[in-house]
Every structure is written in C-alpha cells, then in structure tokens.
Design a protein around this ligand. Structure first.
Ligand SMILES: Cc1ncc(COP(=O)(O)O)c(C=O)c1O
Length: 384
C-alpha cells in the first residue's frame, strides 16, 4: 500500500506557515487531534461530566498504545508522563539483595538518570555507560558494566541530544544472559520508527504522547511484560491502580492484575482524547511506512549538510540513527533564533541544532533547512 504523504501533510495546518522540524520537542497539531480536544470541550458544555464516556477514552488510549508497541492492552499503564511511569516502576523494585546496580547510559534524557539516582537512598547503585571516542555507545561498552549485580538496565533508544540510536535488542540479549532486566525509554523513537517491544525483548518501556505519537503533553505510558506484572507491586499507587476501582475500599491496597497497577489517580481526560486521535493516525499509516520515509528524509538532510561542509554529529549508519539530525554549532542558541526568523522551527541542545523529522515533513522542508544552514555557516558554523 502506498501512503499519500502529501495529503497527510495537509492535515497539519502549521506546516503551511512553518518549516516544522521540531517533532522531537512537540509534534505539529493534526486536524483530528484538534477536533478531539474540541469534542471534549463540547462534552463539558453539553453534559458537564460524562464519566461513562471519559473512562472509555483512557481504555482506548491503552488499546491504541498497545497496538503501536505490538503488545497487549493489559501490559500498558497509561500514565501522566514518562517520568510517572519510571517512578511507578522504580517503586516496585527493591535494592536490598545482591542486585543493586542500575545501568544507565551517557545518552539518557535527564529524568531517566535522575529517577534512578533518586533510588540510591533505597540502596540502588547507578552506573553510567560511557560513549566511545567516536561519540557512539557500542554494545561492548554495555558488556563491560552489565554484570551479576545488575538488576536493571534503563536505557534510551534514541538520544535526545544527538539522534544516535542504541542497539536495544543487543543490549537486552546481553542483560538477560546476565540475569538483569531492561527498561527502554523510547520517547524519541516511538511513532517515527517501529518499536516492537516483544521483538526487542525488553521487559519495560516508557514514553509519552507529545512528540512523534502526535498527541499532547500530560499523558504517557509504561509497558510491563506480562510475565512480570504480578511479581511487581508498586509502592506508588492510588484508586485507579486497584483491581476494582469502584470498590472504594479504604482497608487495603489490592492492585490490579494488569499493568494498570502502575497507574495512580483520575486519568487526564482531555489528554486521552488527544492521545487517542494521535495514535490513530500513526496506526492508520503504519510505523514501517513512517520509518522508511523518516529514514529517507534524515538521510537527505545528512547528505545535504555534509555536501556543503557542515556535517552532523548524528550517526550516518541507518541502524544507528533515529528521527533526528543534530548539527554542531559555535552558537546554537543564536542560530536557532536566526532559523526561527525564517520560519524554520528547530531546537537546540549542547550547542547542537536539532532538526527532528516526522512523516509530515517533505524534501522541500529538508532542502529549505539545509539552504538556510548554508547561508548561516560563516557566522554560526562548526566548532573548530
Ligand atoms: C528520551 C526522553 N525521555 C523522557 C522525556 C521526558 O519525559 P516526561 O516529561 O514525559 O517525563 C523526554 C522529553 O523530551 C525525552 O526526550
């Protein structure tokens, strides 16, 4: 089946005005996602509180999220953020035995490192896998630090700083051989690439809906492999985590038998509306088609930048790259501002300009970005 990406592009009004290369920060808003927000408002005006429908929205997000990750809905907790998912998971682990080690990498988004460091008060020992001289983190570097004392490897799939993609299947094989479990933070990958949690073999996955999943802030997920759910009892809990939400029992904590035990309180209803609509777009297109297009666009961007003498720091190898091209600059903040003035929306980290690319971007977007970068090369170009 061929996908009409030009028609899809027209469903994101901001693309008429902007060269929008910022999906790794916040996605462009789709027509159906805006309609979903409005549907919630209409509901509030017409009926006030519509809990019977609202609860089904949370379940719809769970089911769609399971579809994107290719797992079952019972393995998905719908959370308020990736951080909420990681915290709930952390609260179900203990670090009193011989496996005290949590292995994270130099590529982590801060929240994933900070939350595991917060467990040091509970006995955890956090170690960081360093990058190699070429800036990438190869499997050997994980092999050196994952051992019989390791309880968990908590690692990002795509680095938010430079767009490098780690070998999650390889890391998971290694960790499992040594008796450790793996949590992947796939926030910077999911929606722009196929992330098949079962095929990767990971035990846990976290992310959120505001980037490549086309939804909104204030909603995320935690995937827990079904075989592990019953043995993990989170200390973080709440009434929506109970086996019977309606029981209103104040005498005990009776966690749900599903991954819902990692949830807490009232779901973010309006965010569920938006997330459901965003996930539907991704599922309708299919992540294979999206990944193929995004790979071609990132390749075009890398080639264009290299061709005019300003190479990116993002790996050129397709297998080691996510939906981002990061370009080192002498003054990324200044360059970001100049690009903004030209209606080219990017972001920056570590003095890298980040062009984060989704299926709704086009060759023209990439060429416009590369041409603007060429024009600014003299003033803002590569660090020597
Ligand atoms: C890789 C990654 N993990 C986690 C987060 C933040 O997650 P949250 O704010 O939902 O806790 C981000 C946000 O940019 C991210 O890029």
């Amino acid at each position: 089946m061929t996908v009409d990406f030009d028609a899809l592009r027209r469903r994101f009004p901001v693309l008429e005005r902007k060269t929008y290369l910022n999906s790794g920060s916040y996605c462009a808003l789709a027509d159906t996602v805006r309609d979903a927000f409005n549907a919630y408002m209409d509901d509030r005006l017409a009926v006030g509180a519509n809990w019977d429908v609202w609860i089904t929205k949370n379940e719809a997000v769970r089911t769609a999220m399971a579809g994107v990750l290719r797992v079952t809905p019972d393995e998905i907790a719908v959370t308020a953020s990736a951080s909420a998912g990681i915290n709930a998971l952390a609260s179900s682990l203990d670090f009193k035995g011989s496996r005290k080690k949590v292995v994270v990498s130099d590529f982590e988004f801060p929240t994933n490192a900070q939350i595991w460091h917060a467990q040091e008060r509970r006995g955890a020992q956090v170690v960081h896998v360093p990058r190699a001289a070429d800036g990438y983190i190869p499997l050997e570097n994980f092999a050196r630090l994952i051992d019989e004392q390791t309880q968990l490897v908590a690692v990002t799939q795509v680095c938010f700083r430079n767009g490098a993609r780690l070998d999650i299947a390889g890391i998971t094989r290694l960790a499992h051989e040594r008796g450790a479990r793996v949590m992947v933070d796939c926030y910077q990958a999911l929606g722009a690439m196929t992330v098949d949690a079962r095929a990767l073999g990971v035990d846990f996955a976290v992310g959120g809906m505001l980037k490549y999943l086309l939804g909104t802030a204030g909603i995320g997920f935690l995937y827990v492999r079904s075989e592990l759910i019953r043995e993990l009892v989170p200390h973080n809990s709440g009434w929506f985590a109970q086996q019977d939400i309606a029981a209103m029992d104040i005498t005990a904590n009776r966690p749900s038998q599903s991954a819902r035990r990692f949830e807490a309180g009232t779901p973010p209803v309006i965010n569920c509306y938006a997330a459901e609509a965003g996930l539907k777009i991704i599922l309708d297109i299919g992540t294979e088609a999206i990944e193929t297009r995004v790979r071609a666009l990132t390749r075009r961007c890398l080639d264009g930048l290299a061709g005019m003498g300003w190479p990116a720091v993002t790996p050129a190898d397709d297998a080691r790259r996510g939906p981002m091209v990061a370009v080192p600059s002498r003054d990324a903040a200044g360059l970001f501002g100049r690009l903004q003035e030209q209606d080219i929306v990017t972001s920056f980290r570590d003095n890298n300009i980040r062009a984060t690319i989704h299926f709704y971007n086009s060759n023209q977007d990439i060429d416009r970005f590369v041409a603007a970068m060429a024009a600014h090369r003299g003033q803002f170009g590569p660090r020597s």
